[in-house]
Design a protein around this ligand. Structure first.
Ligand SMILES: O=C(O)C(=O)C[C@]1(C(=O)O)C=C[C@@H](O)C=C1
Length: 92
């Protein structure tokens, strides 16, 4: 196996784990969505989103990745808001 193939194998393994965790996160977000639906709460919680981003930036070993982590979490939360909005619009 050459260097490129080895790197791609590593990426495939990391992606497998990311997908597993993202599915877990989405299922938990759906639970939050059901909680919000029952109580007529809004999908967006901007202060919580800011806190999530800051907490995860603080967990970085290499702080130069701050812009990438900010973008990743903002993208993930945009997806989860879409998922929650679809749930809130669905019949009970
Ligand atoms: O914590 C919430 O209230 C959620 O709905 C979860 C979540 C997230 O994906 O982390 C999604 C939307 C909100 O704007 C904030 C955070």
């Amino acid at each position: 196996m050459n260097e490129l193939e080895q790197y791609r194998k590593d990426i495939d393994e990391i992606d497998q784990e990311l997908t597993r965790l993202f599915e877990l996160r989405l299922n938990t977000v759906l639970k939050v969505g059901r909680y919000k639906k029952q109580r007529n709460l809004p999908v967006l919680d901007a202060s919580r989103e800011q806190a999530v981003i800051e907490k995860n930036i603080s967990r970085l070993t290499d702080k130069t990745f701050e812009p990438q982590v900010t973008k990743l979490f903002q993208s993930m939360m945009d997806i989860t808001k879409e998922t929650q909005t679809a749930l809130l619009k669905s019949k009970p």
